[in-house]
Design a protein around this ligand. Structure first.
Ligand SMILES: [Zn+2]
Length: 170
């Protein structure tokens, strides 16, 4: 399903609070027409009703391709270099997915586009140690140590599936 949210955003031009309808989740299998808007970034663009300027609404976004079996979760950096907490919606979806799904977290829209391109071409993306910004990487690393008793090693992959965090060799 492709879910819409009402999001309050401050217009960067006039400073007024606006409300926009933003898609928080896109299932490209059900709504293939939305893919283009994701790649162009149009899907998160809003027009201010007060001054008519266009701006991007930073909001959590989940891109789901059921055919190629990947999910990319976009977490914009909200403040102090941190992202917003992961919504339960994301966790619900990742619980349902099969083990062979690729799940990735990104914090920039360009990375989102890049990952879509990589997975659509059936290519591998980066190894685990290059995938996350450092503080997010450390948080996940702590979870991995808690679960497996040791951290990642170079060249390993991380997956999130029904069993929680998983790991694997390239
Ligand atoms: Zn405005």
């Amino acid at each position: 399903m492709s879910i819409q949210h009402r999001v309050a955003a401050v217009c960067p031009n006039c400073g007024k609070v606006t409300e926009s309808k933003i898609r928080g989740t896109v299932n490209i299998g059900l709504n293939p027409e939305l893919r283009e808007g994701v790649l162009t970034g149009r899907i998160r663009r809003a027009t201010c009703p007060f001054c008519s300027s266009e701006f991007n609404v930073e909001w959590l976004f989940l891109y789901h391709d059921p055919t190629r079996q990947f999910i990319i979760s976009y977490h914009p950096i909200i403040k102090d270099g941190r992202t917003a907490p992961i919504p339960t919606e994301t966790l619900d979806v990742s619980e349902k997915v099969l083990c062979n799904y690729n799940l990735r977290l990104v914090t920039s829209w360009n990375h989102l586009r890049e990952k879509i391109g990589i997975f659509e071409d059936g290519l591998d993306d980066y190894p685990a140690d290059a995938r996350f910004p450092l503080d997010m990487y450390r948080t996940v690393q702590q979870e991995v140590i808690k679960k497996f008793g040791r951290g990642w090693e170079r060249g390993e992959w991380m997956t999130i599936n029904q069993g929680g965090i998983g790991r694997g060799k390239r």
